[in-house]
Design a protein around this ligand. Structure first.
Ligand SMILES: [Zn+2]
Length: 269
């Protein structure tokens, strides 16, 4: 059976509290042999580490999500440095920028609130890339409606840390910009959605050493589970559509994506 990794799962979310051990076992049975559980705050990062300690095939990424920026401590670095020392912490994130929803959408906020929200996102993004560089780790990048700003903010870190633009759903042109700064992309179950031809176009032309697979569970369950709770086992369905789209064997996709992940997350070994 070809094996795959789920490089972006939120196993630390309450959605999995009732049956987490079964979820992890089903992934194993489906050939999904490594799972990276992603933190979105210090609390959830700590929960991701506890899961990594509990399950041999689960690893952790620690970080603070940009949409939660206003709740972040002013300096995230001391806590992240403590986490980053852990042998199963394989990346920093998820971090990045998200300008999709801004405070001024609500009547009680103004453009000035948007500016300070964006500034706080940029500040904690920079802090997280600093810690990643210090620990020779790479970053899990969340980007929404902020592509150019994200690329711009990552450029000073070229040669120090790289990113994986997770849940990639941008154009082929933008994918090339990601590769130009040394970063990678990863694809979710969106690739199986009827209306996602743009994502399949990117999947079709991505070089084999430049992308990884992920679920972003509990979100984005692939067809035929669309709309249900997603889980790491469903990387199998994602891998089948990606192999079809690229006209390659599942074995080739397995070898390429696992090798890419092992290089990008050296502590995944
Ligand atoms: Zn995520």
């Amino acid at each position: 059976m070809p094996i795959f990794f789920d490089t972006h799962a939120h196993l630390n979310y309450p959605d999995y509290a009732p049956d987490l051990a079964d979820v992890v076992a089903r992934a194993q049975a489906a050939g999904i042999t490594k799972i990276i559980s992603i933190g979105t705050s210090l609390d959830s990062s700590e929960r991701a580490i506890r899961l990594a300690e509990r399950f041999p095939n689960v690893f952790a990424a620690v970080g603070w999500h940009p949409t939660e920026a206003l709740n972040s401590p002013s300096d995230l670095r001391p806590a992240l440095r403590e986490f980053a020392k852990h042998p199963k912490v394989v990346a920093i994130g998820e971090t990045g920028l998200d300008h999709h929803h801004l405070p001024s959408e609500k009547p009680e906020f103004t453009a000035a609130d948007d500016t300070s929200y964006k500034q706080k996102q940029a500040e904690i993004f920079r802090q997280q890339m600093e810690v990643a560089a210090e620990f020779n780790l790479n970053c899990i990048i969340h980007q929404r409606a902020s592509f150019d700003d994200t690329i711009r903010q990552m450029k000073p870190f070229i040669g120090k840390t790289r990113g994986v633009f997770h849940c990639f759903g941008e154009t082929v042109e933008r994918m090339k910009q990601v590769f130009e700064i040394g970063s990678l992309v990863s694809f979710t179950g969106i690739v199986t959605f009827k209306n996602a031809q743009n994502v399949r176009d990117a999947v079709a032309v991505a070089p084999p050493d430049k992308f990884m697979l992920e679920t972003d569970c509990p979100y984005l369950a692939p067809v035929p589970y669309r709309g249900k709770r997603c889980e790491p086992a469903y990387v199998k369905e994602i891998s089948e559509v990606i192999a079809q789209t690229r006209n390659c064997l599942l074995e080739e996709l397995s070898a390429a994506t696992c090798k890419t992940a092992m290089e990008f997350f050296p502590k995944l070994a």
